[in-house]
Write a protein that binds this ligand. Structure first.
Ligand code: AMP
Ligand code: FE
Ligand code: FE
Ligand code: ZN
Length: 290
């Protein structure tokens, strides 16, 4: 079983539609894939239909923005009830904060580059969690930088004068809200040292006390020593260990299936989640082979 539990569509900052992500997952030889757009479940319905069509399993997920003592953290939520109002309120607030913040970054950039908010907003319609990747795409279109990665390393990184932060909930509170929604909270890329400071063991234990279910140990942004540290901590606390690509279509070099989750870890997530798998191997809508 090839299981990849972290991907993005154009419901957030991926470049492909949710159905395209599912078809790409099938083409990459995956059996189960999770769609985990930033702060949005808008892709779930289209992804679910495609999963049934393709006969691959879809885990409905989301990647919530949160913070821990000033450090931005991303919290994956799997299989939560999408009608649970406190979680809807939380994501609405994050999306509104993201929009104000993106406008502020564009205003700063506009002092030096011919960039305008309208063109950026057109890349992220209402309901889409707008982020720096959408600003990056406009900078690419203007010929300021050759691609998204260059936009990040030259202009959009956290120490850049154009960078602006945005509001998000404290991570233990986000964990508790995901649990209350029947979701399975897994800390995304917890050892991503290339981005900023990482949360230490004490912080992860704080989230564990709030209901954290797992750690995304196997992610390209976690260097080997971080993977060892996270695997040891997960062992000690009895946390689920996942692996995933964090695929963003053409928006990032990450390839589907480059890191995988074990069937046992998936079973534990399905056990704890409010929702089930959509589609799945041998459950294609196309004529059955029996
Ligand atoms: P934001 O959500 O605005 O804070 O932007 C962060 C998002 O940008 C992350 O979730 C990544 O998906 C994406 N990102 C970060 N670095 C890069 C990069 N070098 N190239 C493309 N996308 C990136
Ligand atoms: Fe992203
Ligand atoms: Fe992330
Ligand atoms: Zn992600």
């Amino acid at each position: 079983m090839r299981i990849d539990l972290h991907t993005h569509s154009n419901a957030s900052d991926g470049t492909e539609g949710p159905g395209q992500v599912i078809r790409a997952a099938q083409a990459a030889g995956l059996d189960v894939v999770a769609l985990t757009d930033h702060d949005s479940t808008a892709g779930w319905v289209e992804a679910g239909a495609a999963a049934v069509d393709c006969g691959i399993g879809l885990v409905r997920g989301m990647e919530l923005s949160a913070r821990y003592q000033g450090i931005t953290v991303h919290l994956l939520s799997y299989l939560h009830d999408p009608t649970y109002q406190p979680l809807i309120d939380l994501t609405s607030r994050i999306k509104a904060a993201r929009r104000e913040r993106a406008k502020a970054i564009v205003e700063r950039l506009a002092r030096d580059y011919p960039i305008g908010w309208e063109e950026v907003a057109a890349r992220a319609p209402d309901g889409v969690a707008v982020g720096r990747p959408h600003i990056a795409d406009q900078l690419v279109a203007l010929g300021v930088v050759p691609n998204r990665s260059a936009a990040f390393s030259e202009l959009l990184h956290p120490r850049s004068p154009y960078y602006v932060r945005y509001w998000s909930a404290a991570a233990p509170d986000a964990v508790a809200t995901v649990r209350a929604a029947g979701g399975v909270p897994v800390l995304a890329h917890p050892g991503a040292t290339g981005r900023q400071r990482v949360v230490g063991d004490g912080g992860i234990i704080h989230m564990y006390d709030a209901g954290l279910a797992g750690l995304e140990v196997y992610h390209r942004d976690n260097p080997p020593e971080q993977r060892r540290r996270l695997a040891a901590l997960a062992e000690r606390l009895g946390l689920i260990q996942t692996g995933a690509s964090d695929y963003h279509g053409r928006g990032k070099p990450n390839r589907l299936g480059e890191n995988l989750t074990s069937p046992e870890a998936l079973a534990a997530i399905l056990e704890q989640g409010r929702l089930g798998l959509v589609g799945g191997p041998g459950r294609a809508a196309a004529p059955a082979n029996t």
